[in-house]
Design a protein around this ligand. Structure first.
Ligand code: HEM
Ligand SMILES: *[C@@H]1O[C@H](CO)[C@@H](O)[C@H](O)[C@H]1NC(C)=O
Length: 552
């Protein structure tokens, strides 16, 4: 019940701050506006608290005709939906919806056909949110067999591609599935095993070459390029880069600390590919942006995807000649697969993957960030004390570069005799039964991993894991910039079985000497973003498998 009341406050607080944001540029009236904003949010919260107990008398429920629900469609000031025979006024929820404006498709009618398609909603915490907006029941005169007619909607996911059965599915509509541990050991992730993080459906583009990218300059002028133009006109670059979802390892934070909202990813919301395309900087220059000395007011570069997703990056990253932001049409030497943005996506190496917008069809040079949900209301971290109840969304910056991360992806018990045979005994000077650990380490912002430390005894004593060769440096990629580390480093450690006591821990250090926090509590944030505390895995001394430990 506390949670319930908290959530209501969250929504009113956010609306209040929106009112402020829209009006603050007129500074003389700032005080009045804030006062008005506060009054507004107070008024809304009073109303919402009333909504908690919407009926003057508990026995007399408000009855609503279907006709009236239909009127509260996207052309109206307030948005209503129904589910079963219950009616909800979701006006205050719409700006907070993690799925963005697509929710408006359902207003004025039934949620059910949409939730049957967008199956990500079929869980209790989503039902709980909805209940807060209850306003009444549908008039029995409009019910058929006790139910309101729900109608049919077209399934926007019906042409989504087939996915590899080995991917670990977290949701199918939209598709969110992680790379299995067994595939995290290869430096370049095989395309079909590359994790998929879709926010909506996969746009169905037939002709790659005629797909158009519109570049909108700061003065509003637009320049168009087809993918064929991009290929023809600009120098081609390839970069080996790791993409990591901001929710990678969220399940670890949830387990070690407290519940977080969002998909409960394990260690596999991260993968690496060699990406080929043209430099965003070159395209912007061609379109007419002065990339050496852009107008001072220009601060951001917005990306818009064909399915309605949007995000932005700082303009400095977009035009940095060493920033390596690409417009990509090929992945591991093959045409970009549909799940990864066919025919064109942005690649913003070193930044959280949410900025590498797929199915790219527009870029906008701007003085402000993308106004999308995914830029302004999500992919942000708040203090551990801030509950889902009242975040001041505008107070936290959008996640761009990511912090240092590492994880254990394989644990093998190796018998001494087998060790000798493999030649590893000589390399590591080990004669005894051992445990071989493998994993990845990755730092954002192009920072290199300088060290990976392993502890076999819960962090009391440490040893250095062996960093595997840097695949990006091996020449295959022809990266335009050798100084930045855009891809992960894999590592291996061999530990004598006798040293093991309790949980193994791993932590990495980057070349700015950033380290991972030892526990999750200090970096807990209710959305579970950037979960990067030491990864701990229970390893037994005997030959027993340690299944189920890695992802958790
Ligand atoms: C009042 C009604 C609704 C509520 C309370 C609601 C709530 C939510 C919540 C809590 C999530 C996040 C789930 C997670 O990350 O695990 C979500 C995601 C999403 N919702 Fe809704 N939703 C509603 C209606 C709709 C409708 C009608 C649509 C489509 C027409 C929709 C489309 C989506 C999509 C596409 C996502 C995924 C966004 C992403 O992954 O970034 N939602 N919704
Ligand atoms: C939306 O509501 C308006 C009245 O508020 C009504 O005139 C219109 O027909 C409605 N549209 C649909 C598609 O129901």
């Amino acid at each position: 019940m506390r949670e319930y009341a908290d959530r209501i406050l969250m929504h009113t607080a956010v609306r209040g701050s929106q009112v402020d944001r829209n009006k603050t540029p007129i500074s003389p009236v700032l005080g009045i506006v804030i006062a008005a904003g506060l009054a507004y949010s107070f008024a809304t919260s009073t109303r919402s608290v009333l909504a908690e107990a919407p009926n003057e008398s508990p026995t007399k429920e408000r009855l609503i005709r279907l006709e009236e629900v239909h009127e509260h469609n996207r052309t109206a000031d307030t948005y209503w939906v129904f589910r079963g025979d219950s009616v909800y006024d979701i006006t205050d929820w719409v700006p907070n919806h993690p799925g963005g404006e697509v929710i408006l498709r359902a207003v004025g009618g039934s949620l059910e056909p949409y939730w049957n398609i967008f199956t990500i909603h079929q869980k209790q915490d989503v039902y709980d949110i909805l209940e807060q907006y209850f306003i009444g029941k549908i008039d029995p005169r409009d019910l058929v067999d006790g139910k309101a007619p729900t109608g049919q909607v077209e399934d926007p996911f019906k042409s989504d591609p087939k996915r590899d059965a080995a991917l670990i599915q977290h949701s199918t509509r939209p598709c969110n599935s992680e790379t299995p541990e067994s595939e995290l050991g290869s430096y370049i992730t095989p395309i079909e095993k590359f994790y998929v993080r879709n926010h909506l459906w996969v746009p169905d583009v037939h002709d790659a070459d005629s797909h158009r990218l519109t570049v909108e300059l700061y003065d509003g002028e637009e320049v168009e390029y087809t993918v064929a133009d991009l290929r023809k006109k600009f120098k081609e670059y390839s970069i080996t880069a790791t993409l990591q979802c901001s929710g990678n390892r969220r399940s670890h934070m949830t387990q070690a600390s407290r519940p977080t909202t969002g998909l409960q990813w394990g260690v596999g919301a991260i993968s690496t590919a060699t990406w080929t395309g043209v430099r965003l900087r070159d395209v912007l220059a061609d379109a007419g942006l002065d990339v050496q000395d852009p107008d001072e007011d220009i601060k951001h570069l917005k990306f818009v995807g064909a399915e309605a997703y949007g995000a932005s990056i700082p303009i400095d990253k977009a035009i940095d000649r060493h920033g390596d932001v690409l417009l990509v049409y090929s992945m591991n030497g093959q045409p970009l697969p549909r799940d990864h943005g066919f025919p064109l996506r942005a690649l913003v190496p070193g930044h959280v993957a949410a900025r590498s917008v797929k199915w790219l069809n527009k870029i906008v040079v701007s003085d402000e960030e993308s106004s999308s949900q995914w830029q302004r209301r999500d992919y942000k971290c708040f203090g551990p004390n801030v509950g889902a109840s009242h975040p001041d969304w505008d107070a936290a910056p959008a996640i761009q570069e990511t912090p240092v991360q590492s994880a254990i992806t394989a644990v093998r018990q190796v018998k001494a005799d087998r060790l000798k045979d493999s030649g590893l005994a000589r390399v590591y000077g080990l004669e005894e039964d051992s445990v071989v650990l493998e994993g990845y380490a990755f730092a954002g912002g192009g920072r290199h991993i300088v060290r990976v430390d392993i502890s076999p005894d819960r962090g009391r004593t440490w040893m250095q894991a062996q960093l595997q060769e840097d695949g990006a440096k091996m020449g295959a990629s022809g990266s335009p910039d050798d100084h930045r580390a855009w891809a992960w480093r894999q590592w291996r450690a061999v530990v004598p079985a006798t040293q093991i006591s309790g949980k193994f821990c791993v932590k990495a250090t980057d070349d700015s000497y950033n380290v991972q926090p030892d526990t999750f509590e200090p970096t807990y944030n209710f959305r579970g973003n950037l979960a990067n505390a030491w990864h701990r895995v229970l390893v037994s001394r005997d030959d027993k498998p340690v299944e189920g430990q890695l992802g958790k």
